[in-house]
Design a protein. Structure first.
Length: 235
């Protein structure tokens, strides 16, 4: 196993248990979108649009969004939005009330309830950092994707941000999050998980080990977020 993959597995063992993470996101769900706007200086939606523009829409008949959270999605022909937090999906349902193209499903990313090769595209935005087992979650995303299908990962990778951004993330994010949600510990976890997450190079290597090729990454504004795209290998 390559060094970056081993690093990812070690990191996975250090994460809180699934139930703890699920409860944490459930408790911050009511103000999740507001905090995303504040803590990213209103850039998170622009990052999603920029990342979504990197994938081929003509080949996106049915797409799976893993860790869909509160329902910020790019336009696709048909989308299944999956998350393990009931509270997050309730927020997403409210936002997608008038949409017939999005179906919401509660499930665990470690055991996706779809057959092998079912999707044309699979994506995850600010989600895989919270997988209790990163490699297992990426393997599941590869499994449900058809050969030749695309993957898009938008994530806050480690090592890319400037020191002012790191200072803001480590010290101010928990304070602001704590004031607005009463869960400063949740935002300390989110800040720490970003700082300790894999670099784009390491994450790309791990994606290769689970069956993706033609991988590319693009660092977005201020080096905070990285978009990684790739294709499910034919074999």
């Amino acid at each position: 196993m390559k060094q970056s993959a081993r690093a990812g597995l070690r990191q996975s063992r250090m994460k809180p248990k699934r139930e703890t993470i699920c409860r944490m996101f459930g408790e911050i769900a009511p103000r999740y979108d507001l905090l995303n706007r504040l803590l990213t200086l209103d850039n998170d939606r622009a990052w999603r649009r920029e990342a979504a523009a990197l994938v081929p829409p003509a080949r996106s008949r049915i797409v799976l969004d893993v860790g869909a959270g509160s329902g910020e999605h790019p336009d696709t022909s048909r989308l299944l939005a999956a998350d393990f937090s009931e509270s997050m999906l309730q927020r997403a349902q409210w936002k997608q009330a008038n949409s017939s193209r999005v179906r919401l499903v509660r499930c665990d990313a470690m055991q996706l309830p779809w057959r092998t090769g079912q999707f044309d595209g699979v994506m995850a935005a600010f989600a895989i950092r919270n997988f209790v087992d990163l490699q297992a979650g990426l393997q599941e995303m590869a499994r449900v994707l058809r050969p030749g299908g695309w993957i898009l990962v938008l994530e806050m990778c480690g090592g890319g941000a400037s020191w002012p951004v790191e200072l803001f993330r480590r010290h101010f994010v928990p304070v602001i999050g704590g004031i607005l949600t009463g869960r400063g510990d949740a935002y300390r976890y989110l800040a720490q998980s970003t700082a300790e997450f894999l670099s784009p190079q390491q994450l790309t290597t791990m994606l290769e080990t689970v069956g993706f090729e033609q991988l590319q990454w693009k660092v977005l504004k201020w080096g905070i977020a990285t978009a990684i795209t790739g294709i499910r290998a034919e074999k």
